[in-house]
Write a new protein. Structure first.
Ligand SMILES: [Zn+2]
Length: 179
């Protein structure tokens, strides 16, 4: 296969790539296009994101919303098992939305999933002001133990939640689809 060609035709690695989340309501996997694993930033037409923590978190905060959608969808059907049946049905459902919307990004689930990425972006900007510039990425890329990083991010997230719920702007994904 051409290494510059994504296996998902609508996500060319050379134009930034993308991710695809699939699941059966219980187990999930997220696939990223090859450019997310390239340590050379100039590769894939300057889309080598292997060392780009921000890019990884931005796309991942989109993809994890699809996990919640997958669970909700499996529950809404009333048949939480057998897993393979749910998986196949979910993927067909996603394809149907793609066809209706006319583009992958236009599908309703994609718009809702983008709220995940927007929330990450807003949270990162909040930490820039609340702590210091690039504090989130610097923390995650530091040599601190994971437990230390998680505890710090939790503290920042609590502060951010307070700010958002006070209505001073910022989209937020709290686990339920906004109506
Ligand atoms: Zn998506």
């Amino acid at each position: 296969m051409d290494p510059n060609q994504s296996i998902y035709p609508w996500f060319s690695s050379n134009s930034g790539g993308g991710g695809l989340t699939s699941g059966n309501g219980q187990n999930f996997s997220i696939h990223y296009t090859d450019n997310f694993f390239s340590g050379d930033p100039s590769s894939y037409n300057n889309h080598g994101y292997g060392r780009n923590t921000y890019k990884w978190l931005f796309i991942s905060s989109h993809e994890v919303v699809h996990i919640k959608q997958n669970i909700d969808w499996a529950i809404s059907l009333g048949y939480y098992s057998p897993p393979m049946l749910v998986k196949n049905a979910y993927l067909g459902h996603a394809a149907g939305q793609y066809a209706i919307a006319g583009s992958h990004d236009g599908a309703r689930n994609e718009i809702l999933a983008d709220i995940g990425s927007e929330t990450f972006k807003d949270f990162d900007k909040f930490i820039d002001k609340f702590a210091s510039n690039q504090a989130l990425i610097k923390l995650l890329e530091s040599q601190h133990a994971d437990a230390f990083k998680v505890a710090q991010v939790d503290r920042w997230w609590k502060k951010y939640r307070v700010k958002v719920t006070k209505g001073r702007g910022g989209a937020i994904f709290l686990g339920n689809n906004p109506k």
